[in-house]
Write a protein that binds this ligand. Structure first.
Ligand SMILES: *[C@@H]1O[C@H](CO)[C@@H](O)[C@H](O)[C@H]1NC(C)=O
Ligand SMILES: *[C@@H]1O[C@H](CO)[C@@H](O)[C@H](O)[C@H]1NC(C)=O
Length: 457
């Protein structure tokens, strides 16, 4: 299992510079004025998504980088903001990913570049020699880390208005990865950081006026889904919003205070806050909430149909049925929905259906995808991981400082989904549906662009 919220950044400008002299020169950045970006209003970038909860443990975006573009599978991580790809630097420690590592070519960022300051958390980070390369170290909550150097390259992005742009974006080229959490292959090519920091690809695209500062993802229980940067695909009604928590974890997307309900009964009163972390496979509750939830679930489990299965080590809590289960829908009826109620946000609720907290292990047992956060040193933090965001469109609106969600069929794109009946009943959204482009066209362009069938898991 993987937990990808970042803990800290640190810059180590000098140490690595000598080591990689051979491959990275401090030559000025390559100018790329060949493609002019036409001026127009913001649009929305769409990325096809692959992966799943179990056994994959991650959802990844298919992103192309460079000219000519090469494909990379990047772990979608709303818990950190720096995007990085494995780097052919050469690599000290690069677990084999689906694609060959990114090869820098005189496009390494210098530490005098203002962007370099963004990854240090404090703008006055010393830059002794302006032409030193801009190195980064990022550590994640599961003690995994990536060390590398910032580079700048063109990233082709497919927009919903039909254009493909090639903005030059900066990202990390990671030449030393310690990926503890994802102890099982396949490893990915890197991480797509979507948290609200200046270094994120989202902020960069927003700063050059290409998209609004809004991101959304829709992960399907069948695996795959879609990711977008911008606000074109946000349904104009039916979506529930709650304000983002402004707290010491300012770079995390968090919600709260929330009360926790199971089968309609209050499990944990008062002020739980939840970090939405798509870099985490499973969800984590703090010790008290975890214990209360487990007690409730066990109380409701029908012991005639489900027996404890401590021999199954897939996750800490598993149950066995009379015959092995094939999918979570086999056990849906045996479990209740967990709900979060956000009192300060007009009591809006987020329902976490059994589908969004249970998995079926390789042994055919049903296992609980909510874990005890105190065992991974999360303290009082609660984390909603991928599993609890399945089959929802989740939207992070940094402009209005709010997070929205709506049940969705993530095998299809939001505005073409007939399930959005509510949306199509209001005048505004009909108008919106009318003016938005035909997403099947966008999708087929995506497929051409990525040479993959984005709907096949
Ligand atoms: C699509 O939006 C982008 C970003 O604003 C813009 O540069 C491009 O010109 C637009 N394309 C069309 C066809 O309107
Ligand atoms: C929708 O449009 C019709 C016709 O223009 C109007 O009569 C009606 O009041 C509108 N409904 C809403 C909810 O705005």
């Amino acid at each position: 299992m993987k937990l990808s919220m970042f803990l800290s950044y640190a810059c180590v400008f000098v140490f690595c510079a000598t080591f990689f002299q051979g491959c990275f020169s401090a030559a000025p950045e390559r100018q790329n004025n060949r493609r002019k970006q036409p001026k127009a209003g913001p649009s929305t970038a769409v990325f096809p998504v692959g992966g799943g909860i179990y056994p994959d443990g991650h959802f990844y975006a298919r992103v192309n980088i460079g000219q000519p573009p090469k494909p990379y599978y990047l772990d979608i991580d709303t818990g950190s903001d720096l995007t990085w790809v494995q780097c052919d630097a050469p690599c000290v420690n690069c677990p084999k990913g689906p694609h060959s590592p990114y090869k820098p070519r005189n496009n390494v960022m210098q530490c005098k570049d203002p962007f370099c300051a963004f990854i240090t958390h404090h703008p006055n980070f010393p830059c002794h020699n302006p032409s030193d390369q801009c190195d980064y170290v990022i550590e994640y909550a599961d003690h995994g880390s990536s060390t590398g150097v910032l580079v700048k390259d063109n990233v082709p992005i497919q927009l919903t208005n039909g254009s493909v742009l090639y903005p030059a974006l900066f990202f990390g080229c990671g030449y030393d990865q310690d990926i503890q959490g994802s102890s099982h292959p396949p490893f990915l090519d890197g991480v797509l950081g979507l948290a609200n920091g200046k270094s994120s690809i989202l902020s960069q695209l927003h700063d050059i006026g290409v998209v609004r500062n809004v991101a959304g993802h829709c992960f399907s229980h069948n695996g795959g889904g879609y990711l977008f940067l911008g606000d074109d695909l946000v349904p104009s009604s039916g979506i529930v919003w709650a304000p983002m928590l402004q707290n010491s974890h300012e770079k995390y997307y968090s919600l709260g205070p929330a009360e926790l309900f199971f089968a309609g009964k209050n499990v944990a009163k008062g002020g739980l806050s939840f970090v939405l972390d798509s870099g985490s496979t499973y969800s984590y509750f703090n010790k008290q909430a975890y214990q209360a939830t487990i007690t409730m679930i066990k109380k409701h489990v029908d012991i005639k149909q489900l027996k404890d299965a401590p021999e199954d080590k897939t996750l800490p809590v598993c149950w066995k049925g009379a015959v092995p289960f094939k999918s979570v829908s086999d056990v849906e009826e045996l479990f209740n929905t967990i709900s979060l109620r956000f009192k300060k946000a007009k009591n809006v609720m987020m329902d976490i259906a059994p589908q969004a907290y249970l998995i079926i292990s390789n042994y055919g047992n049903v296992c609980l995808g909510i874990l005890d956060g105190s065992e991974v040193e999360l303290g009082d933090l609660n984390v909603l991981g991928d599993i609890s965001m399945l089959d929802k469109l989740v939207v992070y609106d940094n402009e209005k400082q709010r997070i929205g969600w709506i049940s969705a069929n993530c095998d299809r794109l939001a505005n073409t989904d007939p399930d959005y009946k509510e949306a199509s009943n209001s005048n505004i959204s009909r108008e919106k549906l009318y003016v938005t482009p035909d997403y099947s066209v966008v999708l087929s362009m995506l497929e051409d662009c990525y040479e993959v069938d984005i709907f096949s898991p």
